[in-house]
Design a protein around this ligand. Sequence first.
Ligand code: ACO
Length: 323
Amino acid sequence: MSYSKISQVAHYLPEQVVTNDDLSQIMETSDDWIKSRTGIEERRISKTEKTSDLATEVAKKLLLQSGYDAQDIDFIIVATISPDSMMPSTAAIVQANIGAKNAFVFDLTAACSGFVFALSTADKFIQSSQYSRGIVIGAETLSKTLDWSDRTTAVLFGDGAGGVLLETSEEPYILAESLNSDGSKGGLSSGITALKSPFSVESVDQPYLQMDGRSIFDFAIRDVSKSISNIIETAPIEANQIDYLLLHQANNRILDKMAKKIGIPREKFPANMMSYGNTSAASIPILLSECVADGRISFDGSQTILLSGFGGGLTWGSLIVKI
Ligand code: ACO
């Protein structure tokens, strides 16, 4: 049996910074409200780049860092809820852009849990021993899915991409996983549907991302915290052996409350939503890449981290990873 290991991490952000003050010029909001309710101070918003452009930059960095040729890549998975198009997939555009002609590619849609679900999926391909090397990316340009006149959603999100190279390893690096969904609560966070045909009885047209923020907040504190506590309890390690918990970056207050509920010091929950907002599927790999870049994660196999995503679907999931 093969195991998988994260061998490279990278991220890429669009250049344009939009501050809370910038937003208060175009809608009824304030830096004080956004910062105190969410922790967010600014976000990156793409001017011209599409989701595939951000993801391509990440893929190029992963190749450059690893020294592999694009043709050495067996598969590419892009987790996104803001693809350039439904067809071709964003992963297919990335494949063409980097020339990974031996890869099979697809997008995965699980909102803010997308990267965790995609990494778990990639792990299974490698465990099958049929594939030895894959690129897993979370990439979003959520800015194009927002109703910019709706202050309850527009201030929360940002654009960006992050990803990893996953390779065969002789020993396990992914130590535990827990993936969950509750489709009966799908209405709590939805959007970007346009089902129209001259023959349909009912046409649905909800072009923008919508969210019941309060309910998702409560769900994160209650259900996601419980699920993280469970995975830690059943994993082959003790809670105090986890160096960092890299959680989806939706809201700093969620991290405060979850840390308390799980019973692990808040210092072990890195945060970067102040700089990037909620980048959905991209938030965890961007944070991981930043933690490696600044040395918090030494990336020499000596540390253990927990990755946890939660959001629309509803979906939530965690992986405990040696890194
Ligand atoms: N600026 C100023 N006032 C605002 C703004 C704004 N941008 N947005 C809302 N308000 C107002 C509301 O209208 C309300 O006013 P009222 O009391 O007069 O009605 C007041 O502020 C409080 O609003 P709440 O919604 O109760 O604020 P809350 O403290 O719940 O914070 C927030 C809202 C930040 C959205 C929070 O609920 C949250 O972070 N939820 C979790 C979101 C999340 O995790 N999403 C991830 C999944 S999304 C996905 O999967 C794509």
